[in-house]
Design a protein around this ligand. Structure first.
Ligand code: SF4
Length: 397
């Protein structure tokens, strides 16, 4: 619906004006009488400007652009990662305040039963469970924050719609297997492409004011890149976002698959980008390491079919407590951690810290930390047998 090849990039004006100007450059008269659901990335319980959640002022900018275009019904919806309460995440991340100011409804998209949607010719999925609110709106506007992602390379507008999956359906995407035909890409990338065949953003606005580089989606470092991208073309917006982050979009597996399956082009000559010299706004994000040991040379992470929630927990744990772990290394001088449903005793060294309920089957071979996901302080306690220093700032997973 309304797909065209126009892409608008704004830079250097802060989160509100970047988002507002980029979105206002689209012909919004086409959607004047439509109901719009804004789907930001508020997947985690964190304050603004950490590069983890969409900046609240970018959300404000989008709302202002929509209101200026005469759009009356605007809501903000989210289904965050496991273990995070949606309304608490909205509050902590500054979204509640924005919603109140502009009189927009906030929706916990896990609050009503989902809709099962059939996927024709899916690579890994035959059906998927999507939050029902998504179908009550005419326009789904994806408003991600630009982030690196250890599982998927980047997370931008298309990948952000994984947050429209109902509750544990998000986890299932990390635990799928190919059905007969094996593809070279990870099953998660194929699953994201399966979802894209039934759910794509009608409009994408990428908030690149403060993104996340390195060990995203939550264990990396914030990076100020001060850009926004807006388009009716979700694929075009995402490949532009990749370039602005310093990445080759053709190397992002889920984008590569979606391009092949849905006939989207990587050729920028096929898009009308404004400004044409948008590459001048590029800020080179540090690559997402797919191996934790690159960032933490004395840590071994066995990651077999984990979901982003456990991966985030591990990253936050390492960030906060890694320096206290010197007494808890195994005889090879390394700290061994394991996450994910696929972990078996054959994958790990005896004494490995097994993080999350999914690792339960191997629990007799190491230090088992239950939870789905467990918070970083619980991992610390399981390893050391004591509570962390109370004066340490709390970091939520
Ligand atoms: S235990 Fe961890 S990997 Fe398993 S479902 Fe829960 S959060 Fe995801």
């Amino acid at each position: 619906m309304f797909i065209d090849n126009k892409i608008f990039v704004e830079s250097g004006n802060g989160p509100l004006l970047n988002a507002k100007r980029a979105l206002s450059a689209l012909d919004l008269s086409k959607i004047k009488n439509k109901k719009v659901l804004i789907k930001p990335n508020i997947g985690r319980l964190v304050a603004p400007e950490k590069g983890i959640n969409t900046h609240p002022q970018a959300i404000a900018g989008v709302i202002e652009a929509l209101k200026d275009a005469g759009i009356k019904k605007i809501a903000i919806g989210e289904s965050p990662i496991l273990g995070v309460n949606t309304m608490e995440a909205f509050k902590k991340s500054g979204v509640t305040e924005v919603a109140q100011k502009y009189n927009c409804e906030l929706i916990d998209m896990d609050s009503i039963p989902p809709r099962e949607v059939k996927i024709k010719n899916g690579r890994v999925l035959d059906t998927t469970s999507i939050c029902s609110h998504v179908f009550e709106y005419d326009i789904l506007l994806s408003l991600p924050v630009a982030k690196c992602h250890m599982h998927t390379g980047v997370t931008l507008g298309i990948k952000n719609l994984k947050g429209c999956l109902y509750k544990r359906e998000k986890v299932r995407y990390h635990q799928l297997e190919y059905k007969g035909v094996e593809y070279p890409e990870k099953t998660l990338d194929s699953a994201i492409s399966d979802l894209a065949t039934v759910l794509m953003p009608h409009i994408t606005v990428i908030d690149g004011y403060i993104g996340m580089q390195g060990l995203g989606p939550s264990g990396g470092d914030p990076i100020k890149s001060d850009f926004a991208v807006a388009s009716y073309n979700a694929f075009g917006a995402d490949i532009t976002g990749c370039v602005l982050m310093g990445f080759n979009p053709q190397e992002i597996p889920h984008l590569k698959i979606i391009s092949e399956r849905m006939d989207f082009s990587f050729d920028f000559n096929e898009y009308q980008i404004n400004p044409v010299d948008f590459r001048k706004f590029r800020v080179n994000y540090k690559q997402p390491a797919n191996d934790v040991a690159i960032e933490y040379p004395d840590v071994v992470l066995c990651d077999k079919e984990s979901c982003s929630a456990c991966l985030s927990t591990v990253m936050l744990f390492l960030k906060r407590f890694k320096d206290d772990m010197s007494q808890y290394l195994l005889d090879d001088g390394l700290l061994h951690l394991a996450i994910g449903k696929g972990v078996t005793k054959d994958d790990i060294k005896e004494g490995t810290v097994l993080i999350g309920n999914c690792t339960k089957l191997a629990k007799d071979f190491g230090i088992y930390v239950p939870g789905c996901p467990p918070v970083p302080t619980r991992i610390y306690k399981a390893i050391t047998g004591r509570e962390p220093d109370k004066n340490e700032p709390e970091i939520e997973s």
